[in-house]
Design a protein around this ligand. Sequence first.
Ligand SMILES: [Zn+2]
Length: 295
Amino acid sequence: MSDTDVERDGDPGAEPVMALRVLASGSGGNCSALILREGRRRRVCLIDLGLSPRMTEGLLGSMGLGLSDVEHVLLTHFDHDHFRPIWARRLPGSARCWVHAAHEPAARAAGISAGALGTIDDRPVGVGPAAVRAVRVAHDEAGVAAFRIEHAGSSVGYVTDVGRPTEALAGHVRGVDLLAVESNYCPRLQAASARPEFLKRRIMGGAGHLSNQQSAELVRRASPRADVVLLHLSRQCNRPDLALAEHSANGRRVTVSSQHRPTPWVPVAPGRAGRDGEALSSPPPVGARAAPGLF
Ligand SMILES: [Zn+2]
């Protein structure tokens, strides 16, 4: 069985209809792979293109996939750690890039052709077999798109570079099965860092990034059903153990992404959170769920 085959665990109710793997996340570049499964067909959607085409191709190759398998790309925004300009010339011919409607001018300016571009707002748009909605949240000048992806009764929220845990944002991703959310910095390490004051203010000023505490607050309010994946940890101003400590009280399984190593596939399936949607308790250690052969 290859690394991309679907593992059957004998419980049809728990068979994953989606799976998320963060290939890399951090200020050095962000890219995640989301598999949408329809019967035996698997569609590959990337979220952000912040790694070089070569590195992305290498990471996809290690999972038995190629760039030509990518059918859709969701782009949160156009900062260089989320979209490398070279991608405008290297997108697979059949891939469609999806951006928030307010980012359409930025996408065109980045060189993405009109034919390859689709826009999303707060109404559901069909992205392959999935229905995706996006809200725009304050981040630097242009803002960032936070996605809610629904497919076959399961849902994924993808929230990064969002500045603050607002009620609108929590409502947008409320009750998803899997919430991928940034947990960027520890305020103590941020304050003690040698970074210039203007940069600290930009990051912590409400239109930059979420601290570990703000991230945990957003998770509490959004109440995901089963899984939390932590994105975009600052190498300088955070540590996985500090981020995990803030999230441990939430009772969800937590996976921490890294800049240098892909996460395991995190499966998303209806029913994984229990009949009434209650969160699972006793999360296993990070990485312990690396299901061999899953997707
Ligand atoms: Zn970023």
